[in-house]
Design a protein around this ligand. Structure first.
Ligand code: ADP
Length: 922
């Protein structure tokens, strides 16, 4: 029954009890006839009984809660104690037969007493029921009594309900007292109270197994049977009493009739003797006298306890006595005085009168006894009817109970069978799982630790079949040392409760040594003794080897970590040290335990560094990285040393900062070195500046010198050249061939010198001329170049293919010179084929990239740099004329425009000269 229903039953029970008790009490107090019964019944509730019911109704209401307030508990226990007092005193009155004064203490019950000597005293059985219920209520808070209370309440309910049913069955309410003399209405109210407590909150948690319930149920059926048996036997007693009563009445009638007959015999005998005087008539008299005396005695005994017939019997006995006396006197008179002396007696007819009186007494006795007989007869009929009613009613109840039991058992058995099937299936399922799990499973007996079960994995691991394993113990399977160890551990496991874990156990199997991780579980029997030991082992051999290696590797790494030439540490989110390596500890001069968990990083740096640290820490937490940051750390001895720190931040899954890992370099030596390098660099820079200035000055000087020299040399050279021509003209015809050749050499030399000077002048002019940058259309420039070089192009039978070129910001004559030199070289350094020259431009992001491409003789890569140096030539003058200045002029022009020049070439296949001119020249 669930708590909700249980609480309702208790509530309803308390309400009904309080209501009926109040009605009854009102009936008593206001003297309202009918109300004091509380219900249509025969007997009134006694005032004390109603009062006790009221108290119990209130107590049940107050105590049947999950949470009982203190004052409610106090009130309830006070009321229960009062009930215990009233019922206890009443019981003591019954037992010790005294007056405790409790019966009419609260109410003088004069109005409805019915002449009962115990008016106001509650029934014996009622007081017992109240005492039992009080004790139950007082013991309810103690759980260990709950089973007993449960049993008592259940028995009480069965007892009360049986009593109630029997009373109901016997409509005439016969005299059967079934154990208790409690009235129907009291029984009902007790039944309600007992049921309310039984289904109340305090006991609702109790749960019983099906077997216990069925056993209890049949116990109750047995109790009902006992009650029925007692009821029937009591009714039989009643019937027997009635039959005895009837026999008694019949005997009384017979005895009195016999007495009457004997009295008549006496009278007849006496009369015959008186009339005839013959002694023979006295024989009857003499025989009848002892017989009548005996009958009178017997009648006296029979009616001794018979209040109805006793008066009549007494009068009959005395009549018989006086009759006998009269007869004796008559006989005496006849013997002494003769027949005549009887005239007077006949006149008085005293004998006749006595006989009539005697007859009347006998008739009365018969009448009384017949009346009793007819009462007993009807009571006998009722008794027989009651018996058959009880039998029928309980037969019916028992049949109903048995049918219920049958249905419940049938239903439960079916459910159980279903569960059994399920269990079987589940077992099979589990068995399959256990059989096939990759871990070894084994079962040992709880007493002698012999193996009783293994799974497939176990067979595989042990290298033995199940048949070879089962029945063996550890000593049969393992070396003694191992077996001793296992047995010791197993015993420990069996002496405790729960799973015991053995992370590493070595066993020697047929397949060699294996390492196991085993969990052992004791399986206890209901008596608390170990039945089995279940073991689950995982083969961790491979894992262990890997772990050992990992361990070694970790140790190695840890060693590296500790002995690294740099410091390592990690700090938690509150900046406390979590880990630190030996190197850093050595630097600082601390022991690990002095640092870890106790010191913050900021505690170990100088105030200036602290300021820096706090400034940067927030940013570090955000960015997660700190790079090459310098701090000054303080050693334990107070000395300070510079460090360089790199750190990584570690975050949790939500991105909250957790900790950081730092690498630290002792910066002392580096710093000294750095300072030195800085100093050195500064000095170097200074010297470079000086030298550059010197160089620039000498360059300018040189350029100026070259310019002046070449400029000034031109004039004398022109003179040499023109005077040579004049000399040649003047001596024309007088000169032999040798003279002519000499003059030619001199003219050639002067020409070459002129060219050299011109080129040199050109080159040095680039450093001196005033440059004006303007928009230059390179297409026009190329047209110029083409016309300048037209003769050479024709001569060489060359093609000059010029792509669309841009307009650039540049110094126009210089760009003309640039293209002229490059195209000129392409024409000059050709191979056997007529030169094919291509000029083009690609626009890059910031620059124009021009190229001049030929398919001439090409240049070896090792000369790519060299050719741009002034006077550097790859050919002799006899092979190719030239001064070695052309490309250096090109380089200078490009550099002055802020661009670059380079060559890509392959010997024999041709060259491409590239140069860039910035798109925006400032
Ligand atoms: P030169 O007056 O000798 O032409 P340059 O400075 O113009 O002087 O060239 C230097 C050298 O670079 C040349 O002697 C030549 O060997 C080489 N050279 C220049 N342009 C080319 C080219 N287009 N193909 C092959 N070699 C070249």
């Amino acid at each position: 029954m669930n708590t909700f229903k249980a609480r309702n039953i208790a509530r309803i029970a308390s309400f009904i009890t309080i209501l009926i008790a109040l009605i009854v009490l009102m009936g008593w107090l206001c003297n309202i006839p009918g109300f004091e019964t509380g219900s249509p019944g025969i007997f009134s509730f006694k005032f004390n009984t109603a009062l006790c019911f009221l108290f119990f109704g209130i107590s049940l209401f107050l105590l049947d809660k999950q949470v009982i307030k203190k004052h409610e508990r106090i009130i309830a226990y006070l009321l229960i104690s009062l009930v215990l007092l009233i019922a206890g005193l009443t019981l003591s009155e019954y037992i010790f037969n005294w007056e405790a004064g409790i019966d009419q203490l609260f109410m003088k019950t004069t109005s409805f007493t019915n002449g009962n000597i115990h008016s106001g005293r509650m029934q014996f059985s009622t007081s017992i029921f109240f005492i039992i219920l009080s004790l139950i209520f007082l013991l309810l808070p103690r759980r260990r009594f709950h089973l007993l209370i449960h049993f008592i309440l259940l028995t009480g309910i069965i007892f009360l309900s049986s009593n109630f049913i029997i009373h109901l069955a016997l409509i005439h309410y016969s005299n059967i007292n079934l154990f208790i003399s409690t009235a129907l209405n009291t029984t009902l109210l007790f039944l309600i109270l007992y049921m309310g407590t039984f289904f109340g909150h305090s006991l609702s948690y109790l749960r019983f197994s099906f077997e216990k319930k069925i056993a209890g149920y049949f116990g109750l059926v047995l109790l009902v049977l006992v009650i029925v048996f007692v009821a029937i036997s009591k009714n039989n007693d009643r019937s027997k009493n009635i039959t005895n009563g009837m026999e008694h009445s019949n005997e009384v009638i017979l005895k009195s009739q016999k007495i009457l007959n004997l009295a008549q015999d006496i009278e007849t005998g006496t009369r015959g003797f008186v009339i005839s005087g013959k002694e023979i008539f006295l024989d009857t008299y003499k025989k009848a006298i002892p017989a009548i005396q005996q009958s009178v005695y017997q009648l006296g005994k029979l009616t001794a306890n018979d209040s109805f017939s006793r008066p009549w019997a007494d009068s009959l006995i005395s009549l018989v006595a006086s009759n006998i006396e009269i007869r004796r006197q008559i006989i005496e008179l006849r013997k002494t005085k003769g027949f005549d002396s009887f005239n007077h007696l006949f006149e008085t007819a005293i004998g006749q009168i006595r006989m009539d009186q005697l007859r009347e007494a006998v008739v009365n006795i018969e009448k009384e006894e017949n009346k009793i007989l007819s009462d007993l007869k009807s009571e006998h009929e009722i008794s027989i009817r009651d018996t058959s009613r009880i039998i029928f009613l309980f037969q019916f109840i028992i049949i109903v109970l048995l049918v219920i039991a049958f249905l419940v058992i049938y239903k439960n058995t079916r459910a159980r069978n279903k569960v059994k099937e399920e269990v079987k299936k589940n077992n099979l399922f589990l068995q399959t799982i256990l059989e096939n799990i990759p871990n070894m499973l084994f079962v040992k007996t709880g007493d002698d630790l012999r193996f009783t079960n293994f799974n497939k994995a176990a067979e595989k691991l042990m290298g033995l079949s199940r048949i070879e394993l089962i029945g063996k113990n550890d000593y049969d399977l393992f070396p003694k040392e191992q077996a001793d160890y296992f047995i010791l551990r197993d015993k420990e496991v069996l002496s405790q409760d729960g799973v015991v874990d053995f992370p590493e156990e070595k066993i020697t199997t047929k397949n060699g040594e294996r390492w196991l991780h085993t969990q052992k579980i004791p399986v206890m029997g209901e008596d608390g003794n170990p039945l089995y030991l279940l073991g689950i082992s995982e083969d961790i051999t491979e894992k262990k080897i890997a772990n050992d290696e990992l361990q070694k590797a970790t140790e190695r790494i840890f060693d590296l970590y500790n002995n690294a030439p740099c410091g390592y540490h990690s700090i938690d989110k509150n900046s406390f040290f979590v880990e630190i390596n030996d190197t850093e500890l050595n630097w600082l001069g601390y022991q690990r335990h002095e640092i870890v968990g106790k010191v913050k990083f900021a505690d170990l740096i100088t105030p200036e560094s602290q300021e820096k640290f706090h400034r940067q820490f927030h940013e570090f937490k955000m960015l997660g990285i700190l790079k090459d940051t310098e701090f000054e750390m303080i050693r334990k001895d107070g000395t300070v040393f510079p460090v360089m720190i790199n750190a990584d931040a570690i975050y949790d899954q939500k991105g909250n900062y957790l900790s950081s890992r730092s690498t630290i370099f002792d910066y002392t030596d580096r710093k000294i070195l750095d300072d030195k390098i800085k100093q050195f660099n500064l000095e170097l820079e200074e010297r470079v500046k000086e030298k550059t200035a010197e160089l620039q000055a000498s360059n300018i000087e040189l350029e100026r010198f070259a310019y002046i020299a070449s400029h000034d040399l031109q004039e004398p050279l022109r003179m040499v050249s023109s005077f040579l021509h004049l000399l040649e003209k003047k001596l024309e015809g007088n000169l032999d061939e040798t003279d002519k050749r000499y003059i030619d050499f001199a003219v050639n030399g002067a020409e070459r010198m002129k060219k050299l000077i011109q080129d040199l002048l050109e080159y040095s002019r680039l450093g001196n001329a005033k440059e004006t940058y303007a928009g230059v259309d390179c297409n026009i420039i190329m047209d110029n170049v083409r016309s300048i070089l037209e003769l050479s192009i024709l001569e060489a039978n060359a093609t000059l293919d010029v792509q669309q070129l841009p307009v650039i910001k540049a110094v126009a004559p210089q760009i003309t010179q640039l293209f002229q030199n490059l195209v000129g070289n392409a024409l000059k350094y050709r191979n056997s084929m007529p030169p094919a020259i291509e000029v083009g431009c690609t626009g890059r992001e910031d620059v124009w990239e021009f190229y001049v491409k030929d398919k001439g003789m090409g240049i070896e890569p090792k000369f790519f740099e060299k050719i741009f140096v002034i006077f550097q030539r790859l050919h002799s003058r006899t092979e190719y004329a030239g001064t070695g200045i052309g490309l250096s002029v090109c380089k200078k022009i490009v550099q002055r425009h802020g661009g670059q020049i380079w060559v890509k070439s392959e010997a024999g296949k041709g060259s491409t000269f590239y140069f860039t001119i910035p798109k925006n020249i400032s």
